[in-house]
Design a protein around this ligand. Structure first.
Ligand code: ADP
Length: 501
């Protein structure tokens, strides 16, 4: 429902008021009319009734239409004030209009009243919408101004020829100028570290209309070079009503320097890594070669002298062999780890029968177990335990796990079992009856150089690299390893060939 239009009348004659009322009732518009005939009531009604339109007689006893107009203009300057009078002559009418009346209607031409009210209300509506639009434009410009001036990003406008005509405080700061005026005196291309590049860049902005997230080198007032991230476009400037270049720049010099340093540090680290790998390869060659000579001559000597060696001296030959093997193992571990860490691992995947791999290993390792009084058993529960793997890698994995089982077990048996789990995946358990692992250490067991026992009083030799290597190798192949253990009872390491085709 439409709101009623509030009309305040200043009229001392009830008959005349009735006349107006009758006229208004002829329309299909609802009016809410308040009638006053003195200054006090009229003034109060302006405050409380808040009319949208005022109809006023010219002559009122002890008051006057013109006095009413004056009060109304003061209190409600935008509300139309229409004189409805039988006595208003031309001179008075002109004076009334000059003093701010909106219009006048003669009482003997009452039919004109409603059209005049309608026209006046329409004018007021248009005026109000214009005022609203102007107000919201003003608010927008005000908040844009605050945003422009307080922005952390540098913002500037220049003509298409490169004359900067507006810039904010951040822009002045970033480019190290003393004031806005100081910066405005410099043509845009000259702010580029390389002026020619600046010219080219500006032409490309004008051609493409917008350039986003471009890194540019600018020059500060003192000649220093800075890096800026720029978003630049051609826009319409309403103040000057012309197309112009608008740019937003962020100073990214520190970020750029930090990035360059990170890249340099990375290159240095990569170079150091390369040198480390070369060094390790070199050193291992230098150790392996004489060591192989020692080990092979040791074997030859042992065979040659076998009949003459006294049984009590046999342990010396065993010690030389064990120490030699330990050295070879250590070098292999370090070398393999460095190959993995440099990402230089070349995989040769092929279908491999795990039983064959483990059988060969068993033949080689059971004598070491026996030397410690342990029994090493190989149990196969799978008809054809075929998995896809790299042979060298999988040998390294099981050699480490079985050697650890032997190393960390003092009595009892070690079972290496091939089986299928409930998901039909081929698995291998290496189960020992050794010293076991504490729950605290088990979470770190696959970290390089970690060992449960540390310090010179350690009972077991080793570098703490074997299991880290096992884990990395299995990660590369995409297979899993888990461990369950009980201190003093033993451990089970399980390798699971999940998803093996
Ligand atoms: P290393 O044996 O050279 O110390 P590993 O990486 O092979 O290095 O093993 C890390 C640590 O894990 C060992 O020092 C040991 O504390 C523990 N560990 C490995 N295998 C076993 C096992 N079968 N039983 C008990 N502890 C083990």
């Amino acid at each position: 429902m439409m709101n009623k239009i509030r009309i305040l009348m200043l009229e001392d004659s009830p008959e005349d008021a009735e006349l107006v009322r009758n006229e208004l009732e002829k329309t299909n518009v609802d009016f809410d009319i308040e009638l006053t005939d003195n200054m006090y009531d009229f003034s109060k009604a302006l405050d409380e009734f808040k009319p949208q339109i005022i109809l006023s007689d010219y002559l009122i006893p002890n008051f006057s239409g013109l006095a009413g107009l004056e009060i109304a203009r003061e209190k409600l300057p935008d509300v139309p004030y229409i004189f409805v009078s039988g006595h208003i002559g031309e001179d008075r009418a002109i004076e009334a209009l000059r003093k701010g009346a909106t219009d006048y209607v003669l009482k003997d031409r009452m039919t004109k009243l409603v059209p005049i009210i309608m026209r006046v209300l329409k004018d007021v509506g248009e005026l109000n919408s214009r005022k609203l639009a102007e107000e919201s434009l003003r608010q927008y410009e005000e908040s844009y101004g605050v945003l422009f001036e307080n922005n952390l990003a540098g913002i500037f406008n220049s003509t298409l020829e490169g004359k900067v005509f507006r810039c904010n405080h951040a822009c002045v700061e970033i480019l190290g100028y003393d004031s806005t005026e100081d910066l405005l005196s410099v043509p845009l291309p000259e702010l580029y570290y390389n002026k020619q590049a600046g010219d080219v860049f500006i032409s490309s902005v004008i051609e493409n209309k917008t350039v986003k997230d471009i890194e540019v080198q600018l020059t500060k007032k003192n000649g220093d070079k800075i890096w800026a991230l720029a978003n630049i476009g051609v826009v319409h400037d309403s103040a000057s009503d012309q197309m112009c270049i608008q740019g937003i720049i962020f100073d990214i010099t520190e970020r750029k320097i930090a990035l360059e340093e990170i890249i340099k540090a990375k290159e240095k680290a990569e170079e150091a890594d390369r040198m480390k790998s070369d060094f390790l390869a070199h050193v291992s060659h230098e150790i392996r070669t004489p060591l192989n000579v020692i080990l092979s001559y040791h074997n030859m000597l042992r065979d040659e002298l076998s009949s003459d060696i006294k049984e009590e001296n046999d342990y010396m030959f065993n010690a030389i062999e064990l120490a030699g093997r330990r050295l070879v193992r250590t070098i292999d571990l370090i070398l393999n780890m460095s190959v993995i860490e440099n990402g230089k691992m070349d995989l040769m995947l092929m279908k491999t029968n795990l039983y064959n791999v483990l059988k060969n290993m068993h033949e080689e390792l059971y004598k070491f177990a026996e030397a410690k009084g342990l029994k090493l058993n190989l149990i196969n529960k799978v008809a054809e335990p075929i998995v896809t793997t790299d042979l060298y890698i999988i040998e390294q994995v099981f050699q480490n796990l079985i050697e650890n089982a032997v190393k960390y077990t003092n009595r009892g048996e070690i079972d290496v079992t091939i089986y299928r789990n409930i998901s039909e995946e081929v698995c291998v358990d290496i189960k020992d009856a050794g010293i076991g692992i504490t729950p605290e250490y088990i979470t770190k067991i696959f970290q390089p150089f970690s060992q449960e026992e540390t310090g010179y009083t350690r009972k077991y030799e080793g570098l703490g690299l074997g299991l880290a290597l096992v884990k990395k190798y299995l990660d590369i192949l995409g297979y899993k390893i888990t461990v369950v253990s009980q201190k003093g009872k033993g451990s089970i390491f399980t390798v699971r060939f999940n998803n093996s085709k």
